[in-house]
Write a protein that binds this ligand. Structure first.
Ligand code: FCB
Length: 481
């Protein structure tokens, strides 16, 4: 399951169309982005903040999970991480030096509301208040994500996301955060990657809270969507103009030598589970029929109440796209189910071939281009923002430099693919690299280094990698050449 169980998607149709993104378009030529294109970087609270028990922060499911033996590589936790909670001012200064125009970060619900309901912890909000002020002073636009997987443990104890009430708790939390930051933060994202939260959290158990019940995963997915819709309505009523939902999306493709009808059907099914299960309810107000059939088989449909789809689908302004890699599947009778994708008996998730990152994820920039074009055609009402794209490699410090040519090439290729997609009509508004800093990569711990800035975890020293210095030039030029 390495590399798999995580991101991916597809529409086989798009593969044909990705001819649009012919190699010639992607290499060697200047690719200048539209005026006002947003350039930035992203992080998430549990992955960088540390200070896990400070200033009244309560435990989250990731604190519990990472302390459970065998769940995270090397038994590592986010207790200290990048110590960003204490070093945020220096980190913002670093962002300014790198020329970032935007910074996407997430708010830790258990800092703001330790029990997940009831009392608000003002000291938790104080931290984000200071961070936002610091960003604005540095002329960097804050992009807030309300939920990047760190559910307060007391809510998990009450049933977690499979429990419908969790969605309603999310409204109160959203209201509290907006009341504090709404005067300065313009763009609000409700959720990061609900597929991961639901299916790695409750079906495969690879991520917190580590449960393994497919029915619960489908219920969690629905309640996450409901939380998104309810929070969107709340934010809209409070006057927010730019609201986003971030999904992990990718083309789901078949291998070149297995493109028969059964293979294409397999890709379509996985596309439903990973992509359309979230895109269609949020952006079209209905579940796709093929997905509903799978939900029904595993969980029944009792958790989807009358009127829910309307609550789930208020207008959003931006679709955040986290893209790393395409998923490749083929039909393979007898293949056991992939636990992260209930309903995929008889479907093989193909191991990566060709160049990969140190996560073992295949490198395919054209997948990003194809995805952007598909989304802009199928969901034309919503603007697109790449909220994550990046790669882990085994970086080595050389003196005061970190040469990372593989990451630089990865980012360069994906930017060219994004640019080609814009030329083909995609309404892409910005690009946020994952990640600003090396950080706690969930169940993989600190080994994978995704940052454009290297962290020496012994000293907490920050060292911009070559890719960061290159990215500064990209931003300055508004493109690649
Ligand atoms: C995404 C997550 C992000 C990070 C990257 C590598 O799924 O949103 O936190 O772990 O993958």
């Amino acid at each position: 399951m390495t590399g798999y169980g995580r991101r991916t998607i597809i529409d086989t149709d798009i593969r044909g169309r990705s001819g649009l993104l012919a190699q010639a378009d992607l290499h060697g030529q200047e690719a200048i982005f539209p005026d006002n294109f947003v350039w930035g970087a992203a992080t998430a609270a549990y992955q960088i903040e540390g200070a896990a028990a400070e200033d009244g922060r309560g435990p989250s499911i990731w604190d519990t999970f990472s302390r459970t033996p065998g769940k995270v590589a090397g038994g590592e936790t986010g207790d200290v991480a990048c110590d960003h909670y204490h070093r945020y001012a220096d980190d913002v200064a670093l962002m300014r030096d790198l020329g970032l125009r935007a910074y996407r970060f997430s708010i830790a619900w258990p800092r703001v509301q330790p029990d997940g309901q009831g009392a608000i912890n003002a000291r938790g909000l104080d931290f984000y208040d200071r961070l936002v002020d610091e960003l604005l002073r540095a002329d960097i636009t804050p992009y807030v994500t309300l939920y990047h997987w760190d559910l307060p443990q007391p809510l998990e104890d009450l049933g977690g996301w499979p429990n419908r009430d969790t969605a309603y708790r999310f409204i109160d939390y959203t209201r509290a955060v907006h009341a504090r930051l709404g005067d300065r933060v313009r763009t609000w994202t409700t959720l990061n990657e609900p597929w991961v939260a639901a299916f790695l959290g409750y079906a495969s158990g690879l991520y917190a809270p580590g449960r393994t019940d497919p029915a619960d995963a489908f219920r969690a997915a629905h309640h996450l969507l409901l939380a998104h819709g309810l929070a969107t309505a709340e934010l809209r009523a409070a006057g927010v103009e730019e609201i986003a939902l971030t999904l992990n999306l990718a083309p789901i493709i078949t291998p070149p030598d297995a493109a028969g009808e059964a293979d294409v059907a397999a890709a379509r099914l996985v596309d439903g589970l990973m992509n359309r299960q979230f895109l269609d309810p949020a952006l079209r107000g209905h579940y796709p029929e093929d997905v509903l059939e799978i939900v029904d088989r595993h969980a029944g449909l009792g958790h989807i109440r009358d009127g829910d789809l309307r609550l789930i689908s208020p207008r959003v302004d931006l679709l955040g796209i986290n893209y790393y890699s395409p998923t490749v599947v083929s039909a393979h009778p007898g293949e056991p189910v992939n636990p992260a994708f209930p309903g995929t008996e008889g479907i093989r998730f193909e191991p990566a071939t060709g160049p990969t990152t140190s996560m073992g994820w295949r490198i395919d920039p054209s997948g990003l281009g194809a995805l952007l074009i598909r989304l802009s055609r199928e969901y034309p009402q919503v603007g697109l923002l790449v909220t994550e794209n990046g790669a882990a490699f085994d970086d080595v410090v050389e003196g005061d430099r970190v040469p990372d040519p593989d990451r630089l090439a990865y980012l360069d290729g994906h930017l060219r693919a994004a640019h080609a997609a814009i030329r083909a009509g995609a309404d892409l508004r910005g690009y946020l690299v994952w990640s600003l800093l090396d950080n706690f990569e969930w169940s993989e711990g600190y080994r994978p280094r995704f940052g454009i800035v290297y962290i020496d975890y012994e000293t907490q020293r920050r060292l911009p990698k070559d890719s960061a210095l290159w990215y500064r030039e990209v931003i300055r030029r508004n493109g690649v050449r």
